[in-house]
Design a protein around this ligand. Structure first.
Ligand code: NDP
Length: 409
């Protein structure tokens, strides 16, 4: 059958993508869901209205992924396991001549550092093989990159500043739980803040800069400057932009709990000796914290992620917030997962559709802002994420900092 899709990763995002792919049989052919443990794939398979194939795979082993691809014969691999597996899966796709899509860029386990370089290095080999790799087809990165491309094409003559604002205003009633994979999430938010300004990277202590932003339909929320991977690709593909930043909201109680965990060393990613055995504190912490998939049912409230873009259009200064609100309970009712996984899984399915429909079919390795934003943004609401443009909203420049001076890299 044509348009067969192999989805790797049976977590929260994997569940949403699998639901969305099987809801669109006109685009997607047979689906195989593979993950480290097959039982998780089976649980997701049982929640669907159509049969899918399931498989066990260790995606850190390129030869295992190659064997699975040769057996199932997909045209595309949608990788929604963990960023540690990106290079092995890209290698397997290259060997077998199959398109590739992911939602987060490569990280090694040992270093809480992510960059696109190793994945961008595949561009020439993918181009010669005639296959496409879409990097970061989630919400942020993903939809945020497409919003920027669309704003440049349709709304502005010149873009000066982009602030990406990510608000999860949901409440699960628990003292502390992460929004998605515990380890990946904590590695991201405990890293130093980093942003792009006047052609240079600047750094600050983790969560030391904050601002309050009025999120449409939610209200004013405090957001903290965080480094996020789309800043790297946007700084490359939008060289004209003077400043690029990313902000994420945290409630005061979340922030306090995070500070305590960090201060006592529980977010460390290096092994420590515990009674003669090496233990990685963040992995131990993961075993204590609620599974983000399991807390989905309890989540009430909304998420709102968007791009606050300022620049010039027709000789006038202009500022817009392009965003897509999403409701936790509505997402749970539809696919059994919270809005955080929903907003990452829907764009993964939308990006997959772009490849399968031939709308984004150039061979090579691409971030989403490099491709035509129109067909993606037309399909996004059909897959469940309507988006909005709001003009003349509050400025994001009124930030506060607990650090006197920002360092330059
Ligand atoms: P989960 O931890 O819920 O799911 C990850 C899944 O991958 C688990 O089922 C896990 O299996 C499986 N897995 C882990 N290691 C391997 C391996 N070696 N081989 C095969 N399967 C493996 O994570 P999420 O669903 O929350 O996130 C998935 C991805 O989506 C992450 O990369 C995350 O960074 C990204 N993401 C992107 C967003 C965006 O907007 N761009 C937003 C949210 C997430 P097991 O359970 O057995 O360990």
């Amino acid at each position: 059958m044509s348009n067969r899709v192999l989805i790797i990763g049976a977590g929260g995002v994997g569940r949403v993508v699998t639901h969305k792919c099987t809801q669109a049989p006109g685009t997607f052919g047979a689906v195989c869901l593979a993950s480290r443990s097959r039982e998780k794939c089976e649980t997701i398979a049982q929640s669907l209205n159509v049969p899918i194939r399931t498989a066990q795979v260790n995606a850190e082993s390129a030869p295992e992924v190659v064997r699975l691809i040769r057996d199932f014969e997909p045209v595309l691999v949608v990788h929604v396991a963990l960023p540690y597996q990106n290079l092995a899966i890209m290698e397997a796709c290259l060997e077998t001549g199959v398109h590739y899509l992911d939602t987060a860029n490569y990280e090694s386990r040992e270093l809480a550092h992510f960059e696109y370089r190793q994945q961008w290095d595949y561009h020439e080999r993918y181009r010669r093989r005639g296959i496409t790799a879409l990097l970061g087809s989630g919400f942020d990165p993903g939809v945020t990159n497409v919003f920027c491309a669309w704003a440049r094409k349709e709304l502005f003559d010149r873009i000066d500043q982009i602030d990406i604002l990510d608000c999860n205003d949901g409440d699960h009633g628990l003292p502390f739980a992460t929004n998605f994979n515990v380890e990946i999430n904590l590695r991201e938010i405990t890293a130093p803040g980093r942003w792009w300004e006047q052609g240079q990277w600047h750094t600050c202590d983790p969560l030391s800069r904050e601002l309050t932003f009025e999120f449409p339909g939610i209200g004013p929320r405090k957001a903290y400057l965080t480094y996020h991977e789309e800043l790297e690709s946007l700084s490359r593909h939008f060289p004209e932009v003077q400043r690029l930043r990313f902000w994420m909201t945290f409630s005061d109680s979340y922030r306090n709990a995070l500070d305590v965990l960090q201060n006592v060393g529980l977010t460390r990613i290096d092994p420590v000796d515990y009674e003669g055995r090496p233990v990685v504190p963040v992995q131990f912490l993961k075993s204590l914290l609620p599974d983000p998939v399991a807390v989905s049912e309890r989540y009430q409230g909304k998420t709102s992620i968007g791009c606050l873009i300022a620049g010039e259009a027709k000789g006038r200064q202009k500022r817009v917030f392009i965003h897509a609100p999403c409701d936790h309970q509505a997402s749970f009712r539809e696919v059994g997962m919270n809005a955080v996984a929903y907003t990452a899984g829907v764009p993964a399915a939308t990006g997959a559709k772009m490849i399968l429909d031939g709308k984004w079919s150039s061979p090579g390795v691409f971030n989403l802002e490099e491709l035509d934003p129109e067909p993606f943004l037309a399909a996004l609401p059909e897959f469940g994420l309507p988006w909005k443009v709001q003009e003349t909203v509050s400025d994001a420049s009124a930030e506060r900092t607990s650090q006197p001076a920002a360092g330059k890299e």
